[in-house]
Design a protein around this ligand. Sequence first.
Ligand code: BGC
Length: 721
Amino acid sequence: MTVDLDALIARMTWEQKLLQLQIVWRPDAAEREALLRRGIGSTFWPPSAEEANEAQRIAVEETELGIPVLVGLDVIHGQFTIFPTPLAQAASFDPAVAELDARVSASEARSAGVTWTFSPMVDVSRDPRWGRVVEGFDEDAYLASVFAAAKVAGYQGRALTAGDSVAACLKHFVAYGAGEAGRDYNSADVSDRRLRELYLEPFRAGVEAGAATVMAAFTSLNGTPMHAGRALLTGVLKDEWGFDGVVVGDADGVAQLVQHGIVPDERGAVIAAIEAGVDIVMGGTVLVDSDGVAFVSPDELSEERVDDAVRRVLRLKQRLGLFEHPYVDASAASHGTTERYRDLSRQAAERCTVLLTNGGALPLPDRGRILLAGPYARSLDHLGTWVQHFASTVRESLADAVAAELPAVDWDIVDGCGFFDATDASLGEAVSRAADADLVVVAVGEPSRISGEASSRADITLPEAQRRLIHALCDAGARVAVVLVTGRPLVVEDWIDRVDAVLCVWHLGSEAPAAIARTLSGRANPGGRVPMTFPRAVGQIPVHYDHERTGRPARTGRALLPETIAEFTGPNNTDDYYTSKFLDLPLGPRFDFGHGLSYTTFALEGFSLSTEALTADELDAGLRAEVTVTNTGDRAGDDVVLLFVTDEVASVTQPVRRLRGFSRVTLAPGESAAVGFRLDADDLRFWADGSRRVLEPGEFTVTVGDGTSEQRLALRLEEAA
Ligand code: BGC
């Protein structure tokens, strides 16, 4: 059945139209029912298949127009079965991990009556103080774009009408991750060039992948709060990119235009937002009250714009097949996770761990006495941010999981401290137990509640109690391997050089303890990479791999502030003195984007390009880069090969390198594989300003690397004859 949307819109009253443009922020059951009877267009998930069906029944059978509702929910990294957080997923450098999460999420959600998820978040960020970096993928536009497309493909499946597909929502449009100082909801000021190159790019990729909806950002960008950002919401997203889906406002984001101080009242806010291109208002402003009175009149808001918004909402309902099939089979609905999905979640989790350092303590021996210490030894807090109260629980602790994984080890378990508190006695106990152990595994980190929305941190070190535990153990001479559970890159300077190994495991979801235990034992070999640079100090932020060149690049860092004036002018005053660096930090970050070790070793050889020089026309047909990667160690493992391009001379200052391809390969000991990449003109283009994307002839450098070694080749783009 195809509904004639124009005919339907022609029958609608002004009030009925406005009702389609609203989702109320988490109403209680009675309020929801009243809103549904009034004819509201969308609702948050009730939360069960039966109640979702009841919501549809009221909409379809008890309202004059019988239009089904969109049922929205934040299914961010799992509905019942929780997968690793999006940041962790990006660390896998394997988009199949993100697609799998989204497929499982969609099947659990849709079967229970959800039709629309507010995910993926594709905001790139270079500021780990921002708590929401855990909900996004990374600091890089290319990686984020690949993951955005994978998530959209996973959520939306082959067809939105399928019983295991939900509409995706790219959020938060745009530059939410650029908020000053990483403080959530803070304003951003971004050049048009950077907006195009960095912040818009993952949205463009997600729209190209067919994302059904987009959410506006809370932030004000260059003086315009995004909920009133007509030039971007309508100008770029809808007009330039041809996006014909729905733009939803964020929770109360429309009403907050008043707090932003660009409109005097909520009426002005609704008008500004809808005129700017918001199609659905999320939150408190009720567009039509319980007496059926509209909040704004057709004199205040263009009917043409309202009709366009209504058409977008109805079109989405049609794409989801809701006019024909508003109900789900409640008897077949997911009510919780399954062993099969848990197993998929564990497999995904094992692909996301990053081995940051290793002096040989990992993988763990399968015998001997090992002390497992730290608050994550027994905590079940592995789900990460943005999970709903009905999510599956974590069934075992890391202590249980390591005991099951390495049964011949003589395990001793001690907390040593809480997440935020330590006493001399608790630290002392850990130290004395460590004296009897051959090795200490310290499981520390950020509990889920201190990353995510509204969880910016000014100090991104481990909570002090946990640092004290690490230092106490190291002071006592213990050999320490750290399991680092985190929602963001942390500053680890004070302890990292004291410990033997660090395995970063992020928040890995429902099956985290088993995945961590299998990685500690070596049954799973860590193959993930850092998707966001780990700074050495908060003062170094923003720090990211694709920084632009400066006129005074530094060659060596300075580890110490000079103590005397003589040192400024004495032997330390080399020609590297007046260069771009911090006097009190070594050069560069602690861990660069792309860093990650393995229990085996790899070698990259035979890097080649299909040609060293070509014209733009020839480039359209594509250029091939190829390198051979060999597992030179004695156990199977995964290498991630990254391909970067550097534009050596351009009319606009360019980043030192830009990621243009990556590939994760699994190799048996001694095995080799050829890894190929295709480069085309788009990979060499850059935004000259906010309106022009150019391809300039000249010299380029193409680099392949895997975080431990790299190879470079020159490429020349010639003027057309
Ligand atoms: C968040 C969104 C989320 C929405 C609905 C807001 O506070 O910023 O990302 O989708 O709530 O739950």
